[in-house]
Design a protein around this ligand. Structure first.
Ligand SMILES: *[C@@H]1O[C@H](CO)[C@@H](O)[C@H](O)[C@H]1NC(C)=O
Length: 202
């Protein structure tokens, strides 16, 4: 019985890991953002239970508030969570690639409230006529609790948000490979002007 089940189960797991890799590659998140897809799906849930995965399309209105993010944390470990848009101002001409949406560091275990916000969460603000943008979430396991020298950016500011690179940030702090990730896509809706106004407040 077990002799039959175990190979069957590892086969099912392999297919699931393959599909995350497949969806990151077919949407060019690999290589536009990271060189290698993570093994694990990061669970990102917006209000109304909307789960960000497989590049599903949401509206900016649906993602205006910070989502819940869950993963299997090792007790005592610290994590970095990044949300980034490689398609700024558009996927066709990404001259501001990447736009930093959210960076939380020194998260103890999987308790987001313990994280230090280098950049506070802002939702999607794809300019009108720029098509679908990809919004990519990346989770890294830190080698320990770290000192980060970046200036903190509030959710009322676009300072330091354009021309970000998640991969370079991970390299600078030796965060290693992405342990879990996911992404959704969004295009312009009437929440976008409100977000742009919020970001121009200082
Ligand atoms: C901005 O961040 C503050 C916490 O720093 C939060 O209370 C507020 O709701 C956020 N505003 C928006 C529009 O997300």
């Amino acid at each position: 019985m077990f002799l039959v089940l175990i190979p069957l189960m590892s086969c099912v797991l392999a297919i699931q890991a393959g599909s995350l890799e497949e969806v990151f590659r077919s949407n060019q998140v690999v290589p536009d953002v990271i060189a290698q897809a993570p093994d694990q799906l990061l669970k990102v849930t917006y209000s109304n239970g909307l789960v960000a995965k497989d590049g599903v399309e949401f509206t900016p209105t649906q993602v205006k508030d910070q989502p819940q993010v869950e993963w299997d944390a090792q007790p005592g470990d610290f994590y970095t969570l990044i949300m980034t848009d490689p398609d700024a101002p558009s996927r066709a001409e990404p001259k501001f690639r990447e736009f930093k949406h959210w960076v939380l560091v020194n998260i103890a275990g999987n308790d987001l409230t313990t994280g230090d916000a280098i950049a506070e969460y802002i939702g999607s603000g794809p300019p009108q006529g720029t098509g679908l943008h990809r919004y990519v979430f990346l989770l890294y396991k830190q080698p320990g609790k770290l000192q980060f020298d970046e200036e903190r950016v509030s959710n009322k500011s676009r300072k330091d948000r354009p021309k970000f690179s998640a991969a370079k940030f991970a390299e600078k702090y030796k965060l290693g490979n992405v342990v879990a990730g996911t992404f959704y896509q969004a295009q312009y809706d009437d929440y976008v002007p409100k977000l742009h106004k919020q970001l121009s407040e200082n």
